[in-house]
Design a binder for this molecule. Structure first.
Ligand code: GLC
Length: 534
């Protein structure tokens, strides 16, 4: 029965709430907007929505600087709006996952105000305070992920506080038992309101080296890379004590039926898989970002699927991600034609896919004029291409003013081609990537092999990657051409004979599949193989 758990079977859809749908005319999306667009998600066929942070926040980092863990920012609505959204999502059979941001709060959080008020304040130890280095200056060499020192000096109390991100995002001290309990209570607060799980922000950052030793230099650093790359982050994150913390979160979630814990983790595969935890007491789904970082070549993709499948712990359930609010969109990385192949890959690999809003439209990178930059990281380290705004632009719904997103100019510019690249225009267009995505989702839902079946590689060349998904006597084969040129591959005897379920290109090839399988440029085929006699 375990394989029927919704978060194994289902598809997660990430919403960046500022950009989904505005209903109160301020140019920024809101919870009521998400509620009104639930039909799009139900129509698309996804199972769960994950919403990036909606808590009260000064918005120094788009809401990843939380000033109150148990309320909703007025920008997005109210707790009543939230309850209504949860209720209506559930009515449609959709699960709702919140973003939980436990590594740091906002510097405006009441806890931090207390903590910084004096060295003897009971909440002093809820954050990470250290004396200056013996010769003066920051306690160690750690760098902020957004550039500059990770330490800020507090005049009033004569100590530095640590922040892995902005100085407006002081790190919480997860070694303090009271802080832990307060955070676990926060999880319960939302679970009681019906939330189906959490995506935990920078979960691998929570526990740091207790001695706070310097990080060593990164020999691979080259100028032009973000400052954080100058050091290897071996002491500031990914400390073994993390597993106890995550097990604590799991214990809270396990007190409620069928909830999911997803962890944001940017680490190499062998470290990533440790976040399933000893005896699977860790994250249900440590986010797998391998497809974001790989070169888009058949052999590289096959190799990383093989490595990931091979290193998963016994019983650990895989997952795949193509884009998110921190990364360039898939269509921006591989182009429109390959974005369709990528959609087929994402939706046919073994494991839970997370689909980023707008990728179902093949949203491109949107050019952001300098005076409209919002991302604090881009502001800190301008011009090196790390800006995240191009992937956070408003969802284009139709051809009405402001693409149906808002009645006013949106907080970030729309994609230039929004007149044609919008939901209404692409919905009924048989050749659109939206139709393709919806068809792939429907096929995945209908077939056990695709949802929960075994993965088996079939063949890989420099250009083509072919694999199989199997459950019982049901076998579906994905054949992906990662290039723009036609390619022919020769299938082993036992995989011949079947019919094409869907092609990433507009027209499904009429010819039956024989020993030699020819794929057109940028074509991915999903082929149902003839059932084997029992
Ligand atoms: C995560 C979020 C990112 C945020 C950072 C700090 O990586 O996804 O958007 O800036 O954490 O909270």
């Amino acid at each position: 029965m375990a394989e029927r758990t919704w978060w194994k079977r289902g598809i997660v859809y990430q919403i960046y709430p500022r950009s989904f749908q505005d209903t109160n005319g301020d140019g920024v999306g809101d919870l009521e907007g998400i509620r009104r667009r639930l039909d799009h998600l139900a129509w698309l066929g996804v199972d769960a929505l994950w919403i990036s942070p909606i808590y009260p926040s000064p918005m120094a980092d788009g809401g990843y600087d939380v000033a109150d863990y148990r309320d909703i920012d007025p920008l997005f609505g109210s707790l009543a709006d939230f309850d209504r959204l949860v209720g209506e999502a559930h009515e449609r059979g959709l699960k709702l996952i919140l973003d939980f941001v436990p590594n740091h709060s906002s510097s405006q959080h009441a806890w931090f105000r207390e903590s910084r008020s004096s060295r003897t304040n009971p909440k002093r130890d809820w954050y990470i305070w250290r004396d200056p280095a013996p010769g003066g200056g920051p306690p160690n060499n750690w760098i902020s992920n957004f550039g500059g020192s990770a330490w800020t000096f507090d005049e009033a109390t004569g100590q530095y506080y640590y922040h892995a991100f902005l100085k407006e995002q002081p790190d919480l001290n997860w070694r303090n038992p009271e802080l832990r309990e307060a955070m676990f209570d926060t999880l319960r607060f939302w679970l009681e309101r019906g939330v189906d799980g959490f995506r935990v922000d920078v979960i691998w950052h929570l526990m740091k080296d207790p001695e706070m030793r310097d990080n060593p230099p990164n020999p691979g650093y080259t100028p032009g890379q973000p400052a954080i790359n100058r050091l290897l982050q071996i002491h500031s994150a990914d400390h073994p004590d993390i597993y106890g913390v995550i097990a604590g979160m799991r214990k809270v979630l396990d007190g409620y039926p069928d909830r999911v814990l997803i962890g944001e983790i940017y680490l190499p595969i062998e470290r990533l898989v440790t976040y399933y935890g000893p005896d699977l007491t860790g994250a249900h789904l440590p986010f797998n970002f391998q497809l974001i970082h790989t070169t888009w070549r058949a052999r590289d993709i096959e190799a990383l699927v093989r490595e990931y499948e091979g290193k998963l712990p016994e019983g650990g359930w895989p997952n795949w991600v193509l884009s998110n609010h921190d990364q360039p969109r898939i269509a921006a990385r591989v182009g429109q034609a390959q974005a369709r192949v990528a959609a087929m890959l994402l939706l046919t690999l073994r494991g839970t896919p997370t689909l980023y809003y707008g990728d179902e439209l093949g949203m491109p990178a949107v050019h952001i004029p300098r005076d409209r930059v919002q991302d604090p990281w881009e502001k800190n380290e301008p011009g090196i291409g790390i800006g995240r705004d191009p992937s956070r632009t408003p969802m284009p719904w139709d051809r009405s003013p402001n693409a149906g997103f808002s009645s006013v100019e949106p907080w970030l510019p729309l994609n230039q081609d929004w007149h044609s690249r919008n939901v209404a225009a692409m919905r009924d267009e048989p050749a659109s990537i939206l139709t393709l995505t919806r068809n792939l989702i429907a096929l995945r839902r209908e077939r056990k092999s695709l949802m929960v079946g075994r993965y088996a590689p079939v063949l890989v060349t420099d250009e083509v990657f072919v694999y199989l998904r199997e459950a019982g006597d049901e076998r579906v084969m994905a054949a992906l051409n990662l290039t723009g040129d036609p390619q022919t591959v020769h299938l082993p005897d036992h995989l011949q004979g079947g019919h094409v379920l869907v092609s990433t290109l507009a027209q499904v090839p009429a010819n039956p599949v024989g020993g030699a399988l020819t794929l057109r440029g940028h074509e991915g085929l999903l082929i149902e193989l003839t059932r084997q006699a029992a």
